[in-house]
Design a protein around this ligand. Sequence first.
Ligand SMILES: [Fe+2]
Ligand SMILES: [Fe+2]
Length: 166
Amino acid sequence: MDLDTALTGKPAEGASATEILRADHCEARRLFAEYRKAADDGHARAVIAQSLCMQLELHDAIERDVFYPALRQIDAEWTTRASEAHAKIAAATERVRTAADAGEPLADAIDALESLVDEHVRDEEEHVFPKVDAQREFSSGELGRALIRRKEELTRSTEYFEGPAT
Ligand SMILES: [Fe+2]
Ligand SMILES: [Fe+2]
């Protein structure tokens, strides 16, 4: 990944699946760091926490919908373990969102979320991305394009973020 990509969090056109997912991981790490830097500014922290939740939910969705079904062909056992980690992260994300919405203190919920995300991201980047990159059909741009397409579909869908219309 080049410096521009690392700074903007946006992978280049034609990026591989793992480059796209690593860029998402970088963005999540950046938001955790930004949250810490906001120190005593409760409003800023709540806004950053909401961005973080949205970022993690999108990442969860594109991995579950596109990446993990492909990954299951390489390592089914790991994929099952990863899906369990995602469920825990989703529950921890929801706790952060609920606290941020209610204007409640976020520190404990953020700490719990960060440690789950750290552990899973390390597992993903160290144990499974190298296996994916070694497979020609997954390191080509096609899986990357499918991830981007899914992300675009989700970000266009207001239902995804606001819940179904009533
Ligand atoms: Fe990931
Ligand atoms: Fe994941």
